[in-house]
Design a protein around this ligand. Structure first.
Ligand code: MEV
Length: 311
């Protein structure tokens, strides 16, 4: 019996969330600690099995509309609209925590369906299908989640530009990722920033432009292997993200805990209003201490990732 498999990792945005929607650059990388897998096998009707739902694809609740859309669109692209399949999704990416789980779900589904029909899945066929699903999930996505989860390399991402990968090989830099345990609200946060922008273009566009400058400074700091500067730039970005109303009390609390425990910088990551924060440490030992402090301060999970090949 035929079986198709597809996988995709989560992503971490180091710098540039929200401002990336307005054409400013962002830095993101795949987060290999977490991933989503999809299995496709034949069945008598279209069936979806995942953490939230088990049953006929035509009966999925509205939160899973982007999932049914990506399945339908991929089958159309593959000229197999009549297929009846069982699609099983398993995930170690916490959902709605700013780790790009919705994009990763879509990527793993497209890959699994292509694999099932033995068709090579190129990024030219993958990205449009995933971006379409992301539009349903997020309203006005920049495309960064889709791009970051499809590749294996860090990205310097600008909306609607060709993908540019980016060597993230600073020495002695570790990133701690901490989950607030609260669902992020990317869609609402993106919509509210757009609303603020309409109300006060001058002030909001200043924050957005500054976030863009800070992302460029972060890129220079990484290329020059200046970890302290990178931390400083992350701290500044958090101030501007707060001004855009996308942080919240729990994120602020974890950010100040990380700083008080020696982090070189700390900020929210992804859509905000919950979800995850990141902190930068200059050694593995320091990263472990910060992770322990963050868990005592209420983080429900923490991960540590080296930021460089030299570590
Ligand atoms: C979400 O992971 C990142 C945001 O910048 C939204 C987007 O770029 O689509 C908040």
């Amino acid at each position: 019996e035929k079986i198709g498999h597809g996988q995709a990792s989560g992503k971490i945005i180091l710098m540039g969330e929200h401002s990336v929607v307005y054409g400013e650059p962002a830095i993101a990388f795949p987060f290999q600690e977490t991933y989503i897998s999809t299995k496709v096998e034949p069945d008598s009707t279209m069936i979806l099995e995942c953490h939230y739902f088990s049953g006929e694809l035509s009966q999925v609740p509205s939160q899973l509309k982007s999932v049914s859309e990506v399945i339908d669109q991929t089958l159309i692209a593959l000229h197999h609209e009549e297929a009846t399949l069982k699609i099983t999704i398993t995930s170690t990416i916490p959902a709605e925590r700013g780790m790009g789980s919705s994009a990763a779900v879509a990527v793993s589904i497209v890959r699994a369906l292509f694999d099932y029909f033995d068709i090579p899945c190129t990024s030219e066929s993958l990205l449009p299908l995933v971006n379409r699903a992301e539009k349903i999930a997020h309203g006005n996505p920049s495309g960064i989640d889709a791009a970051a989860t499809t590749g294996d390399e860090p990205l310097f991402f600008i909306k609607s530009h060709p993908l540019e990968s980016f060597p993230m090989n600073v020495s002695n830099a570790f990133l701690i990722v901490a989950d607030t345990g609260i669902k992020g609200q990317t869609r609402a946060a993106v919509r509210d920033v757009a609303h603020l922008f309409e109300l006060d273009k001058k002030r909001i566009s200043q924050h957005i432009t500054t976030l863009g400058h800070l992302t460029k400074s972060a890129k220079h700091a990484i290329l020059a292997d200046e970890v302290d500067t990178l931390g400083n730039v992350m701290n500044q970005a958090q101030e501007h993200l707060s001004a855009l109303t996308v942080s919240n009390e729990q994120l602020d609390h974890l950010v100040s805990t990380a700083r008080a425990n020696g982090a070189l910088g700390a900020k929210l990551t992804g859509g905000g209003r919950g979800g995850c924060m990141i902190a930068l440490a200059g050694s593995k030992k320091q990263a472990e201490n910060i992770a322990v402090a963050l868990e005592s301060a209420g983080a429900v999970a923490t991960w540590i990732q080296s930021l460089g090949v030299k570590n």
